[in-house]
Design a protein around this ligand. Sequence first.
Ligand SMILES: NC(=O)c1ccc[n+]([C@@H]2O[C@H](COP(=O)([O-])OP(=O)(O)OC[C@H]3O[C@@H](n4cnc5c(N)ncnc54)[C@H](O)[C@@H]3O)[C@@H](O)[C@H]2O)c1
Length: 715
Amino acid sequence: MNDTTSQPRNDAPAPPSALVPCTVDADGIAEVRLGRPDETVVTLTRERILALADTFAALARDPRVRGVLIAGPCPGMFCAGADINLIAAIDTPAEGAAAAAQGRQTFQLLQQLKVPVVAAIEGPCVGGALELALFCDVRVASDHAATQIGLPEVKLGIVPGFGGTQNLARLVGLPTALDLILQGKLLKPKPALKQGLIDRLVPSPRLLQAARDELQKQIAKGRKHRRRRLRGAAFWLSKTPLRALAARAARKELGKGQARFYPAPKAALELCLQAFTLPPAQGFEAEAKALGEMIATPVSKGLTRLFFLTERSKKLGKGDGARNLTRTMVVGGGVMGAGIAGLLAQKGCPVRLCDVSGSALARARARLWQDLGKRLRRRNLERHEAQAILDRMATATEWGNLRGVDLWLEAVVEDLGVKQKLIAEAIARGLPEHALIATNTSSLPVDKMAANVPNPERVVGIHFFNPPEKMPLIEVIRGPRTSDAAIATACKLAVRLGKFPIVVKDAPGFLVNRCLAPYLNEAARLLVTGTDPEAIDQAMLDFGMPMGPCRLLDEIGYDVAAKVSDVMHKAFPERMVPNPLFAAMVAAKALGSKSGGGMFAVDGKGPGPGRKVLATLREQAGAGPTASRSELHTRLLYPMIDEAYRCLDEGIVASEQDLDLGLVMGIGFPPFLGGITPFATREGLQVIVTALDSLARTVDPRFAPADGLRRRAVQ
Ligand SMILES: NC(=O)c1ccc[n+]([C@@H]2O[C@H](COP(=O)([O-])OP(=O)(O)OC[C@H]3O[C@@H](n4cnc5c(N)ncnc54)[C@H](O)[C@@H]3O)[C@@H](O)[C@H]2O)c1
C-alpha cells in the first residue's frame, strides 16, 4: 500500500494534511481516514474540512484511483460531526451560511468523483459525519456497540447544514426524515438499516473488507450506484402533494408544549419539504441560509453552552482515583432503590437489591420488567439482552455475603437512625474496606452517616432524582471527610449510568432542593393569596418550564414537600417559612398524583381534591386579587435566582457552570436559556435586585436579596 501522505508523487499530488491520512493501494482503492490513528474522537474542525477538500480534489486528479473508501481512524470511531467549538464561535447568519456552504461543497466533491465512494461506518456517525456519508454512493456499517447514526443538530438549536436535510429526506422519504431530524434521533445500526440510512450491516471485524467488496462490486458495474427509489407510503408522502399531510402532522407536534420555544425543528421541517419542491442546488442554498439564521439565535447559544456543561460534567468521572465499580448492592427497594437497581442492571452492573419487604422486591422486579418490555416493543433491545439485564439484578430479603461488593448504596426511609444502623451492619458483616458507602438521602447530612465508619472518607452521597431511570442529574455529595477518590468514583459511576454528575457540598437541600424551595413555597403562597393553579402554571409554562410549580407539587407529593420544607425551614428560619398549604394538604390526604390528586386530578387535567383545601385556606387568609403575569414571573423566578447565587457564594457548588447544569437537569430550568446565570444576566442583575428590594418592602422581608447578588449587580 502506498501512503500518499508520506510519499508524494507528481502525478498524484499528496493530500497536504495528516489530519486526513489517505493511501492508494495497488488495486486503485483510495482509503481516506477521517482522523489520525491516535484520535479517539474525531470532529470536523475547519482545518479538517479544508484537508478533506484538498484530499478529495487530489483523488479526482489521481489516475490510479478506481474507488474511494471513507473510514474512521480506529475501531469504534467514524466521526462525531462538526466541532462544537466551530459552531459556538459563529455569531452572524452570514458567517454561518458561509461555513455551511463550505462544508457541503467539500462533501459534494465526493459526489462529483467519477469513481464509486463507499463509507465504512463504525462508531458515531452523527451530524456532519452522516452528512458526509450521505454524499457517498454506498454506506456499510458495522454492528459495533458504539455505532450510532443520525442528525442531532436540532439539539444544539441548529439545522443540519452540510446537505443533511436534502439528502436524508430524498434517501428515506419525508416522514422518516422528519421523524429523525426534528427530534435529533440517533439510531443503532439495525434500525438505521431498516430505515434506509445505511445499505449494509456487517459484523465489526468484517467492516473494511465488506466495504472493499462493495466498492469492487460498484467498480465492476462500471457506473456509480443509483439511489434506491422511494416506494409505497414514503413515495406518496414525499413525491406527491400528499406530503402536505406529513408536514401538517409534524407542524402540529412542533406547536405543542416546550417545542414552541425551539425554532430549529420548524426550520428543518420546511427544509425537508423543500427537498421535494426545489431543485437540489436551491435546496442546499436554502439549507445553508437556514443554518446561518439558526446558529446566531440565542436558543442555539444557550443549547451549545449546555452541551459544553454536559461534557465538563462527564470529565468529573475521570478524576484522580476514580475506580470502576463492578459489584453493587442496593439496600431499600422502594421508589428510588428499585429504580436505581434497575438502572445499574441496565447499564451492565451486577446488582443485589435487598429490602425487608418481599412485596417491595416483587414490585421492583415488575418495574424493571415493564421498562424492558417497553424497550423490547420499541425494538431497541433484543430478547437475550433483556434476559441478561434481568439476570444482573438479584433481589433478596437477606443481604447474604458482602465479600466482593464494591458499592454499597442505601435508599431506605429518610431516617438518620435507620440509615446509620444499616451502615454499621454492613461494616460488621464484612463489607470490604475499599467499598464505597453511598446514601441516596435527599435531606440528611452525609457526614452524620459517616460518624461511626472507621474510614469515613469513603462515605459519599449519590443523590438520584425521581425517577432515577429518567432524570439526568446526580448530585454527588461531598461530606467534610469524603475523599477526592470517593467523589471521582461516584462521578464515574454516574457517567456510566448515563447521568450528569455535579459535586455539591453536604448542606441542607444540597443544590436542587435548596433552589426549588423558594420557588415552590412562593407558588403555595400565591395559591393561598388568590391566584389559581392554572394561572401560576401557565406563567411558568410560557417561561419555558416543562411543568408548572403546582403540577410539580402534585408530582412530588405534598408529604414530601412538607418534609423538605421543614428541613429548609430549620436551616433558613427567616427566608424559608413553610406555607400552611403543605400541612393542610397532608392533613386532608390530598397528597398529589400518588393519592387521588392534589391541585389537579391525577392525570393533570382538571381540578383535584386539593381545591377544597385551598378554598378553606383562602377563606381564612382573606385572599386578595390574582397576581399579574409579570408579578408571577418576578415572585417565582427572582427568589430562585437569589438562592442560586447564595449557593454559589456558600460553596454549595464550585462554579456558575455547576449551578446552570444542576438547575437545567435537576428542575428542568429551560435548556434554551443555557442555565439560570445566563438568564439572570440577560434579565439584568440590577433589575432583579431592584424588584426583590421592592417586594421585600411591599410584600415580605423574605424577598431581600443577598449581598452576593447586590455586589454582582453593581459590577
Ligand atoms: N422519592 C423521591 O422522590 C426521592 C428522591 C431522591 C431521594 N430520595 C431518598 O431516597 C430514599 C428512599 O426514598 P423512597 O422514596 O424510595 O422511599 P420508599 O418508602 O419508597 O422506599 C423505602 C424502602 O426501604 C425499605 N426499608 C425500610 N427499612 C429497611 C431496612 N432496614 N432494610 C431494608 N429495606 C428497608 C422499605 O421496605 C421500602 O421499600 C430516602 O432517603 C429519600 O429521601 C427520595
